[in-house]
Write a protein that binds this ligand. Structure first.
Ligand SMILES: Nc1nc2c(ncn2[C@@H]2O[C@H](COP(=O)(O)OP(=O)(O)OP(=O)(O)O)[C@@H](O)[C@H]2O)c(=O)[nH]1
Ligand SMILES: [Zn+2]
Length: 289
């Protein structure tokens, strides 16, 4: 079994012992509308000229559409509170997508050196109370390095978040020889031409891999296949939806709704509930056309 660690314009970089074999995919995948992605475990054949071809993709334990990767153990979502300002709706959408894909989630709130008072603590509390593992980090301060490193140990981790929140800077500071490209100027020039950046897995050791994914600034809802997936993947709703009068309650206009009651009592964050309503409305408006 061999692992795809990078993909670029139809060429797959496949691990083969200590080597990387540049490979193409068998034509049959295209006919079946399957595309190999980074993280795939594949059956590899080596041609006489040393290049490879992928003959089979083994069953995926999970799969993300954005970025296109498979078989990951967790996603570390990185957000800054300021610079760029946090967008809770975007965060909740991303969490929704990850929950739907059944992928473990950790959240790093980065650039906390830029916070001058406690005004933003309520944000940490929202996600902490839901039960997410959250970590506060500043790359201006090396204290958190060691415990942050631990969350990556023996796992395949994708690091995701909006542009400019400090994903690459954080990874560079934890893993000293990574040397990922950081800073706005150098990267802007790369991205200006609408080229999608290559997805690449970085091997830290035999059992630890990291995928630094391109930043995103929006996330459409095409990953939702059924309306009820939205309520089902706001994870903190589960406990309280048992109190809804209607079994198939969408927690909007229904009477005796356990979720609306929990929002009123402060057991569910009204920010989260509002984002739930906005996402559901957007989903419905897309489906109408
Ligand atoms: N004040 C402060 N600035 C930071 C911190 N971490 C990163 N930065 C700065 O934020 C800017 C963006 O950092 P990057 O690491 O390139 O951000 P990124 O998330 O990888 O961005 P994309 O690759 O565009 O998705 C750089 O100028 C960094 O120096 C931090 O903890 N505090
Ligand atoms: Zn309800």
């Amino acid at each position: 079994m061999n692992k795809i660690i990078k993909s670029h314009r139809g060429i797959y970089y496949v691990e083969n012992k200590n080597d990387i074999v540049l490979s193409k995919a068998r034509g049959v995948f295209r006919n079946q509308n399957i595309k190999p992605v980074v993280g795939d475990n594949v059956k590899l054949f080596i041609n006489d000229d040393g290049t490879g071809y992928i003959d089979e993709i083994y069953e995926r334990k999970n799969q993300l559409i954005r970025p296109p990767i498979a078989n990951i153990d967790q996603v570390v979502v990185v957000m800054s509170i300021v610079s760029p300002n946090i967008n809770l709706n975007l965060l909740d959408r991303y969490l929704l997508m990850l929950e739907k894909s059944k992928i473990d989630i950790k959240i790093i709130f980065n650039k906390i050196d830029l916070l001058v008072n406690d005004d933003f603590n309520y944000i940490f509390d929202i996600y902490r109370n839901i039960g997410y593992d959250i970590f506060l980090n500043s790359n201006k301060d090396s204290k958190s390095k060691e415990y942050l490193k631990e969350i990556f140990n023996n796992k395949i981790t994708a690091v995701a978040g909006p542009s400019g929140v400090g994903k690459s800077t954080t990874l560079n500071s934890i893993f000293e020889d990574l040397d990922l490209d950081t800073g706005l100027i150098s990267k802007k020039t790369q991205r200006g031409k609408h080229t999608t950046r290559t997805v690449k897995m970085l091997k830290i050791n035999e059992t630890t891999y990291i995928i630094d994914t391109p930043g995103f600034s929006s996330l459409d809802l095409t990953f939702i296949e059924d309306r009820s997936e939205i309520k089902d993947n706001f994870v903190e709703f589960k406990e309280f939806s048992a109190n809804c009068k209607f079994h198939n309650c969408f927690h909007i206009n229904e009477p005796s709704c356990g979720i609306k009651e929990a929002v009123k009592l402060g057991d569910i964050s009204d920010y989260r509930y509002n984002n739930y309503k906005l996402i559901l409305e957007e989903y419905d408006s897309i489906r109408r056309y």
